[in-house]
Design a protein around this ligand. Structure first.
Ligand SMILES: *[C@@H]1O[C@H](CO)[C@@H](O)[C@H](O)[C@H]1NC(C)=O
Ligand SMILES: *[C@@H]1O[C@H](CO)[C@@H](O)[C@H](O)[C@H]1NC(C)=O
Ligand SMILES: *[C@@H]1O[C@H](CO)[C@@H](O)[C@H](O)[C@H]1NC(C)=O
Ligand SMILES: *[C@@H]1O[C@H](CO)[C@@H](O)[C@H](O)[C@H]1NC(C)=O
Length: 863
């Protein structure tokens, strides 16, 4: 992606003579329930009761409500600042609880061209200002569960530290986060990388400073800077540092353990003790060893308090660590990744001298489980078909006890947030009630959406991790039967047969990748004969007999009557594909600026027309009821043919096209309503036309939807005006063309969730390490410009990725058993091809114009 420099974008906006009119919509999440992605951080405020926040790696941040639900705080993030959905750290002010800070940015490598930023709010996240940093931040990088890297001085809350990754060191602000400078006296920027020998650059980033923790008991005055501060560094040598002069100088603490990475450093104010969890991996997926230590600040003694494993040996690192601020010596810790037989949580009431675990072996295979667990807030999460299902979750980097309520606790997993309100029972009857506590968090990474003409579903969704759902309702949690059978770990494409709409096929990632349904998506059958492609997109012929598959790597393939696939060489690999919805023998394809037609059931394709100056065809959507009428979005806008692609008309308005769809017309017999991500008059957003592209209205209101090129769109087949947007990390939204409050105005007065963003220059007073940020000019953006286009022709493929939550490993030891020190493979992978992941031995370099991005730990892809 080539970002438009902020200054240019800001100057360009006022010069626009006109912009497409807006139409107010009511947007809300299609409820899946309970998260659906990794929750790396949960942070309570220590001064205000019931104030807590969650940060996610690709879906922004949330604030806790009194009814245990969560309110999203970054829904205004749009195409121009999409990387702000990667929240690397979060700090809530213990002096002035209205103040909230986020360190945002998605990747520290070139998958994210933008630098990171510190966002600050003085109203608990309702509105924001921000300061651009002169380096990148990796909210979705290895090590994203450590923390918190951001910390506010509990006495002088104008002072904030941020521990950066990638060798950027420790940073400090003394003016409530407006300006930042590097702390030049903090010299260990970390050496540890997730996997320095992995050819994928994603694994090679330096994890850096992992946390900053104040000793709030130190110092005589509560209004001058706290003198004693600790910092953790991802380093296998000395990794825990102390300053006793408010950050002027730092030294490694004597006698500390070495060898592992300190993931969490939590201060216990009633004990004057610093508790630290360690893992030998960066997390959140890895780690095979670790320990837990405490540092007695008074005596300077280090004590190994590692809890004993229920299985005897330790085969995991330690992640989440909680201190009960009301009960001296009551602490909890979590195994970061114990995949089998389940995750492990421990609790101690004597500062780690002795521990009890949440389950114990009776004798294999019987365990005592000292908990009950409810999935009522996300019934789909429980996988009754998997006998090795980890009930308690996995990837537990966040674990907290409410500072005002010793019974209330929360922990984040790879899929959701669990917690409860009777934690003290652990110490009495030793049996606690755990529930999914992620109501309101929608973190799925959507890969495809389909509004079917008929059948039981309003919507079908395909996504990584959770697989996908048949949505029979939009506002209630999805059940296990709503979820597609977990036939493969992610669904990337779904299509229906135009003449027989209950017939559907879908494809995905993992071993078996193709399934069909004859009942509109209620039940699915795995097609074993077709285990050839890898994710990508499919097109199903009008009668449902022929499947054309454009996999994420390799050639286009075709199968008829579920027979074996054969290669179709007349269509370029990676092409956009579609089937005519009425004519069984007609298929369409698009690549760069060429449009292709097949009239023999996808056996052969011929280029029929040129699509302007397009460099990429994004989506081909045929008229659902009229053969030969096809709409095509490209990097060069939107095109239409009414003669099977012999000739095209360029639709006025869109200059860049993204995902889009055709749906119910405004009036019977009129044009299909068309909506999708387009850039019109220089502004990226969700637009709709009801008259075939003569008039457009922008309908995304104050919502930004993150990266435009990553999003998926379905327009309701039956209900006029209802538009579904699938995001990469904030789940699915639906919008209806009605609303109670007016759309936001240009000046930024607004409806809920809108933000005001001020970018302030970084000052680098104590160091010249910085490269000057491109945004050294003052730029003010308002809600209506948060979707300002940064999309260029080269951005028609996704620039963001997802994290993974499910791991097939069921062995007691960890994952990477199959390490046969593969030789480094040279060569270049093609667009959509696999370029990495656990066990991958093929090429890791991507063809020019694409970059290698993490789909999940087992699958990286050139996008
Ligand atoms: C690091 O990457 C190399 C190369 O892909 C691989 O062989 C090795 O197993 C990885 N190490 C770990 C600890 O995952
Ligand atoms: C820390 O060390 C001091 C001095 O030896 C001792 O009095 C205190 O009890 C220790 N604190 C804890 C929590 O063990
Ligand atoms: C804890 O309570 C649950 C729910 O009542 C029960 O199923 C479980 O067996 C109890 N655990 C133990 C070890 O008694
Ligand atoms: C389907 O398309 C083919 C190829 O263009 C054409 O020959 C045939 O007439 C079409 N069939 C229908 C029913 O329109």
């Amino acid at each position: 992606m080539v970002a438009v420099p902020a200054l240019l974008a800001a100057l360009a906006a006022p010069l626009l003579v006109s912009a497409a009119p807006t139409q107010c919509h009511t947007w809300k999440n299609v409820k899946i329930g309970g998260g659906g992605g990794f929750v790396p951080g949960i942070i309570f405020n220590n001064a205000q009761k019931n104030l807590a926040y969650v940060r996610t790696d690709i879906g922004g941040a949330y604030r806790l409500n009194s009814d245990d639900s969560w309110t999203p705080l970054l829904d205004s993030v749009g195409n121009s600042n999409w990387n702000h959905w990667g929240v690397d750290s979060l700090a809530t002010d213990p002096v002035d609880p209205t103040r909230l800070y986020l360190a945002v940015g998605m990747y520290t490598i070139d998958w994210d061209p933008n630098n990171g930023a510190i966002m600050r709010s003085t109203d608990q996240g309702n509105t924001w200002s921000e300061t651009a940093l002169p380096f990148k931040i990796g909210g979705n990088m290895p090590g994203r569960g450590v923390g918190e890297r951001l910390a506010i001085d509990p006495h002088s809350n104008n002072i904030i530290y941020f521990g950066a990754s990638s060798g950027n060191g420790l940073w400090k602000s003394t003016d409530y986060g407006v300006t930042w400078a590097k702390v030049s006296s903090f010299t260990n920027v970390g050496t540890f990388k997730a996997n320095a020998s992995d050819p994928n650059v994603y694994e090679q980033d330096t994890i850096g400073i992992t946390w900053v923790t104040f000793d709030e008991n130190s110092g005589g005055s509560k209004t001058v800077a706290t003198p004693r501060i600790f910092a953790g560094v991802a380093d296998t040598g000395n990794s825990v540092y102390i300053s006793t002069n408010a950050g002027s100088t730092w030294t490694a603490i004597a006698g500390q353990p070495t060898g592992y990475i300190p993931h969490k450093g939590v201060f216990s104010p009633l004990e004057n003790v610093l508790y630290i969890s360690y893992s030998n991996g960066a997390g959140p997926y890895d780690g095979t060893l670790g320990y837990v230590y405490k540092y007695n600040i008074t005596s300077g003694a280090w004590t190994n308090i590692t809890p004993p494993s229920p299985s005897g040996d330790i085969y995991y690192g330690f992640g989440g660590l909680a201190v009960d601020r009301q009960k001296a010596g009551t602490i909890m810790v979590a195994a970061l990744n114990s995949w089998w037989p389940d995750s492990i949580l421990w609790r101690s009431t004597n500062g780690g001298a002795t521990w009890t675990s949440i389950w114990e072996w009776v004798s294999y295979p019987t365990r005592n489980k000292y908990y009950s667990i409810s999935y009522a807030n996300a019934p789909w999460i429980y996988d009754a078909t998997n006998t090795n299902f980890e009930e308690l979750g996995w990837m537990i980097e966040s674990l907290v006890i409410d500072p005002f309520d010793s019974n209330h606790w929360l922990y984040g997993t790879g899929a959701t947030i669990f917690g409860g309100r009777d934690l003290l029972k652990w110490d009495t009857s030793r049996n606690v009630s755990i529930s999914v506590m992620a109501n309101g968090i929608e973190e799925t990474a959507i890969q495809d959406l389909l509004s079917p003409p008929s059948g039981p579903g309003i919507l079908l969704s395909g996504m990584y991790d959770a697989g996908g759902f048949l949505h029979k309702n939009l506002d209630t949690v999805q059940t296990a039967t709503d979820q597609f059978h977990v036939l493969f770990s992610g669904t990337t494409s779904i299509d229906y047969a135009g003449n027989s709409p209950l017939q559907m096929f879908r494809v995905g990632s993992n071993a078996q990748q193709l399934a069909n349904s004859g009942d509109g998506g209620v039940t699915w059958n795995l097609i074993y004969a077709a285990n050839q492609g890898t994710a990508g997109t499919i097109a199903l012929s009008a009668n449902g007999d022929i499947v054309l598959w454009s996999p994420s790597s390799g050639s286009i393939i075709r199968s008829q009557y579920t027979n074996a696939f054969t290669t179709i060489s007349s269509l370029p690999a990676g092409a956009a594909i579609a089937s005519d919805k009425r004519n069984e023998t007609v298929f369409y394809g698009g690549s760069t600026n060429s449009f292709y037609l097949s009239t023999d059931g996808a056996l052969t394709f011929k280029a029929t027309a040129t699509l302007g100056s397009a460099t990429a065809v994004v989506k081909i959507v045929p008229n659902p009821t009229l053969a030969g009428d096809v709409w095509v979005s490209t990097s060069d806008g939107l095109y239409r043919t009414t003669n099977y692609g012999s000739s095209f008309t360029k639709i006025s308005g869109p200059t860049v096209g993204g995902d889009f769809d055709l749906g119910a017309p405004k009036t019977s017999g009129a044009y299909w309503s068309i909506a999708g991500f387009f850039t019109i008059d220089g502004l990226s957003g969700v637009y709709r036309t009801d008259d075939g592209g003569v008039n457009w209205v922008r309908i995304n209101d104050a919502l930004g939807f993150g990266s435009a090129s990553a999003n998926k769109v379905a327009v309701d087949y039956k209900v006029y005006g209802r538009v579904f947007v699938g995001t990469n990390g904030r789940g699915i939204f639906y919008g209806n063309p009605s609303c109670s409050s007016p759309p936001p105005t240009a000046s930024g007065t607004t409806t809920t969730g809108a933000t005001k963003t001020t970018t302030t220059p970084v000052t680098t007073t104590t160091t010249k390490v910085t490269t000057t940020p491109s945004t050294t000019t003052k730029v003010t953006t308002t809600p209506s410009t948060t979707t300002k286009s940064t999309t260029t022709a080269s951005t028609t493929t996704k620039t963001t990725t997802t994290k993974v939550t499910t791991t097939p490993t069921t062995t007691p030891k960890t994952t990477s058993a199959s390490t046969t020190s593969a030789p480094v493979v040279t060569g270049t992978q093609s667009h959509y091809g696999q370029c990495g992941g656990i066990g991958w031995t093929g090429p890791t370099q991507c063809v020019s114009g694409t970059t290698c991005q993490v789909g999940n730990p087992y699958y990286y892809q050139c996008l």
